[in-house]
Design a protein around this ligand. Structure first.
Ligand SMILES: Cc1cc2nc3c(=O)[nH]c(=O)nc-3n(C[C@H](O)[C@H](O)[C@H](O)COP(=O)(O)O)c2cc1C
Length: 387
C-alpha cells in the first residue's frame, strides 16, 4: 500500500462517513464501533459538550501563512493530533490497521497500537515508518505484559500508553443485543447480518477474520484474548512496576480526576491522556472536555497532556487545545472513515480535519497552532474554564 491514495469523493463531513459506514458494515460491527456503555449517551455528550464551546472570530491579524506543526515529547509532528489506540480495528474493514498506520506516516503524526490490535506490533511499526506508540492494559498475566514491553522496546517503540480506565469492562447493550463478543460466535442472527453486507463479508472472508495478533504471536504460553476478563486488580503498585519496567516515555490514559492526575504525575509518568474512553466506560461520567481544564490547573502548565473523547472536527481540536491539551487523539472518526470507504475514506476525513484546523486557526486570528489558548474562546464560554 503506497502513500499515494486518492481521497474519497463520497465524504464531505464526518456525518457522511458515519452514514456510509453504517450502510456498509454489518450492524454488529457498526454498533461495536459506535456504541457506548450503559445508557449509550456519553459518546454523544462528549461531542455535544465540545460543540457548546464557541470560538470567537478575530480580524486584521494577517493569517495568510499558518503553522500547524507541534512538538510533543521529543517528536516534531506535522499536526497537533494523532490516532488513538483501538482494538480489533480490522473489523471496520480488512487491513484497517495498515491503512491507519500508513496515514500516520503520510501525515507525520503518531498512531497508537492497542495490545488488542489485529496487526502485530512489528507490522504496525513497519507500516507506520516508526510512527507507532504502544498501548497496554494490565490484565491476564503480567508475564505477557512484560513480554510485550520487551518486544516493543526491541522493535524501537519509544512511547508506552498504559490505559487505566477499564478496571472492569462496562456493559454495552448494543453488543449484547447483537451477540457481539470475542471469540466471534456466528449464529443465524449474525449470519443474516453478514449476508446483508456482502462486500464487507466477502472481503473479510478473503482476508481472514481479524485476530488479536499480539496474543497469537506471543511466546509466553498460550495467550488468549479474553475481552471480559477483569482488570480490577490494577493499583498504584502496578503503575510503579510499569514505570520501573519501561524507561522510555510513559503516558497514562483514561484519567478524569484531578487528584489522580496529581498522583500520576508524582509517580513519574511523562504525560496524562484525559479521556473517558469515548464514553465506553463509566456511562454517568462527565463529558471528557469538562475534566481537562481542572487537570491542567492541577498538573501545571508544562506537564504534557493529551486529550481524546468526542473529537470530530478541526474546531474540536482547537477547543481541546484551548482548554489545556498539548495534543489530541482521534478515535471513532478513523473507524467510520475506513468503514465508509477504506483508505480513501480515511485520507478524506484526515484531509477535512486538517483543512478545517488550518482555516479555523486563521479565523480565530492566529497563524501558529502553538499560540492557541483560552483567548480563542468566546467570552461567554470562558466561565467553564476553571483556572
Ligand atoms: C472500537 C474501539 C476500540 C477501542 N479500543 C481501545 C483499546 O484497545 N485501548 C484503549 O486504550 N482505548 C480503546 N478505545 C478508546 C479510544 O482509544 C479512545 O479513547 C476513544 O475512542 C476516543 O473517543 P472518540 O471515539 O469519541 O474519539 C477504543 C475505542 C473504540 C471506539
Amino acid at each position: 500500500m503506497s502513500h499515494n491514495i486518492k481521497p474519497s469523493t463520497k465524504i464531505h463531513t464526518i456525518n457522511d462517513a458515519i452514514k456510509l459506514s453504517k450502510k456498509r458494515l454489518p450492524k454488529l460491527v457498526f454498533d461495536f464501533i459506535d456504541g457506548a456503555s450503559g445508557d449509550d449517551k456519553l459518546a454523544e455528550i462528549n461531542s455535544f459538550a465540545l460543540d457548546q464551546i464557541r470560538l470567537e472570530p478575530k480580524v486584521f491579524r494577517n493569517v495568510e501563512k499558518r503553522i500547524l506543526s507541534k512538538k510533543f515529547f521529543d517528536f516534531d509532528f506535522d499536526y497537533p493530533f494523532g490516532f488513538a489506540p483501538m482494538g480489533m480495528t480490522n473489523l471496520s474493514w480488512p487491513e484497517a490497521d495498515k491503512m491507519i498506520a500508513i496515514e500516520s506516516s503520510y501525515n507525520n503524526i503518531p498512531t497508537c497500537v492497542s495490545m488488542a490490535s489485529s496487526t502485530t506490533l512489528e507490522d504496525m511499526f513497519n507500516f507506520s515508518d516508526g510512527h507507532s506508540w504502544m498501548q497496554i492494559y494490565i490484565f491476564q498475566s503480567e508475564e505477557f505484559i512484560m513480554e510485550l514491553l520487551n518486544r516493543a522496546k526491541n522493535i524501537g517503540y519509544k512511547v508506552l500508553i498504559l490505559t487505566v480506565d477499564v478496571p472492569i469492562l462496562s456493559r454495552r447493550a448494543r453488543d449484547d443485543r447483537n451477540g457481539f463478543g470475542y471469540p466471534f460466535k456466528i449464529g443465524p442472527k449474525q449470519f443474516l447480518d453478514f449476508a446483508l453486507h456482502p462486500q464487507w463479508s466477502l472481503t473479510t472472508l478473503l482476508k481472514g477474520s481479524p485476530r488479536p495478533m499480539n496474543y497469537v504471536t506471543s511466546k509466553t504460553g498460550d495467550q488468549i484474548f479474553r475481552r471480559k476478563e477483569s482488570r480490577g486488580a490494577t493499583d498504584w503498585d502496578t503503575l510503579k512496576r510499569i514505570r520501573d519496567a519501561w524507561k522510555d516515555k510513559l503516558i497514562i490514559k483514561g484519567v478524569m480526576n484531578f487528584e489522580d492526575a496529581k498522583k500520576i504525575k508524582e509517580s513519574g509518568a511523562d504525560a496524562i491522556q484525559v479521556s473517558n474512553h469515548g464514553g465506553r466506560q463509566l456511562d454517568s461520567a462527565t463529558a471528557a472536555i469538562n475534566a481537562l481544564p481542572v487537570i491542567r490547573k492541577t498538573v501545571g502548565k508544562d506537564f504534557p497532556l493529551i486529550f481524546d473523547s468526542g473529537i470530530r472536527s478541526g474546531s474540536d481540536i482547537l477547543r481541546a487545545l484551548a482548554f489545556g491539551a498539548d495534543f489530541v487523539m482521534l478515535g471513532r472518526p478513523l473507524m467510520y472513515a475506513v468503514g465508509a470507504d477504506g483508505a480513501k475514506g480515511l485520507r478524506r476525513i484526515i484531509n477535512l480535519i486538517k483543512e478545517e484546523l488550518s482555516t479555523n486557526l486563521g479565523l480565530v486570528g492566529l497563524n501558529n497552532i502553538n499560540e492557541v489558548d483560552e483567548k480563542i474562546i468566546a467570552e461567554k464560554y470562558l466561565k467553564d474554564i476553571k483556572y
